[in-house]
Design a protein around this ligand. Structure first.
Ligand SMILES: [Zn+2]
Length: 384
């Protein structure tokens, strides 16, 4: 049984078991009775600024772009949320390290659409991330007799390209509701979507599978799979998955996790993160953002098991912190389980650093994710 440490983890959250923390709620604009016009305007401006910072951190867009986009975007409608929760499942378990969480550098969204700006490469070998995306997302019937499951998202279809082949438009087949996904290629990558799609199609056929992403109707293999999927695709779970996907940049901006994996287990989203800088600050900031009372997910931090060293102590390596976030719906079911591992990679992080550099991780982010003093401390600890 793990000993629970009560800490002031997420002051913006309403925690059930952290009695020491007092919820801090940010004021609502326009509520400044008795204030001068100038004070009210100043408070409103500060509020707007916080909002833009929040959504900039969530989406990976610059502050200027965030102001132009005009957040917050409305939450995804039902069919869109279901599609996005499938996207999170498919991209959440990446086979290798990528420069951004789940290979998505930034995103924009509306109630019935999502655009993902993709990383160019995946892992040390610099595999094409756009091609990996097609591999994970586009539906393909398994090779006869293989016993494999249907690959990709059932009912997802390619609608065409735009911006000179730089953006791929995807939608759900008729009858599965209005839902749109656009995949944007990173600037600097010379090839266009038609070339990536041809390569993927050739790979699928070469493995005896049947491409389904251009079929105008639902294939019988997809229908069978969908029946099984929809039975467990509760709307609360889909809504949470979509809301999480729309805030995925927080894993890099609020925390500096060099690897994040996410999957669905029952009705709980499991998030498994690795850090090379095991100070409490990283996960505390992330939890504050996820539980933000105004713009955060509909969750409460219910249980926290933190084993980080205190702020005045040396780094504490090799531990795991765990956080249980309950949904706000009446059943209060566990919605998210976040686990943060401090340095699970053994003696040093040279291989991770090299892989992330080759995958295109920005230098300023790498300096945050792998701070020199933490790495030196880690190596010193290993030698002792
Ligand atoms: Zn901790």
């Amino acid at each position: 049984m793990q000993e629970r440490k009560e800490r002031d983890i997420a002051p913006a959250c309403t925690t059930k078991n952290t009695t020491s923390s007092s919820p801090v709620f940010i004021g609502v604009p326009g509520s400044g009775h008795g204030m001068s016009g100038r004070q009210a305007m100043s408070r409103r401006s500060s509020w707007e600024s916080r909002k833009h910072h929040y959504w900039s951190d969530c989406t990976g867009n610059s502050l200027r772009a965030s102001r132009r986009i005009g957040h917050p975007a409305p939450p995804a409608a039902d069919a869109q949320a279901l599609l996005e929760s499938w996207v999170l499942e498919q991209l959440g378990l990446s086979p290798d390290l990528s420069a951004h969480p789940f290979g998505v550098a930034s995103l924009t969204c509306s109630a019935a659409s999502l655009t993902l700006h993709l990383d160019p490469y995946l892992g040390r070998e610099r595999h094409s991330f756009p091609e990996h995306c097609l591999h994970r997302l586009l539906p393909a019937a398994p090779a006869p007799g293989s016993g494999d499951e249907l690959g990709g998202i059932p009912g997802l279809r390619v609608g065409g390209t735009e911006a000179g082949g730089r953006k791929l438009r995807l939608h759900m087949v008729d009858g599965l509701g209005p839902a749109q996904l656009t995949l944007a290629l990173p600037p600097g990558l010379p090839e266009t979507w038609p070339a990536v799609e041809r390569r993927h199609r050739s790979w699928v056929k070469g493995h005896g599978m049947r491409p389904l992403w251009a079929t105008p109707w639902l294939d019988y293999e997809e229908s069978d799979y969908l029946d099984a999927c929809l039975a467990r695709a509760r709307s609360a779970r889909a809504t949470m998955g979509s809301a999480l996907l729309r805030r995925l940049a927080l894993f890099h901006t609020s925390a500096a996790f060099y690897r994040v994996r996410c999957w669905d287990e029952g009705d709980t989203w499991k998030i498994d993160a690795c850090t090379a800088n095991p100070s409490t600050q990283g996960h505390d900031q992330l939890l504050q953002r996820l539980c933000h009372p105004r713009w955060g997910l509909p969750v409460n931090l219910a249980h926290a098991f933190c084993h980080c060293a205190g702020h005045e102590s040396p780094y504490a390596w090799g531990h795991t912190c765990a956080f249980y976030l309950d949904g706000l719906e009446p059943s209060g079911a566990e919605a998210i389980y976040l686990r943060v591992h401090a340095s699970p990679e053994g003696r040093d992080h040279d291989r991770q650093i090299e892989t992330l550099r080759r995958a295109g991780a920005p230098k300023e982010w790498m300096d945050r994710a792998f701070p020199t003093d933490a790495l030196q401390d880690h190596r010193g600890t290993q030698r002792r």
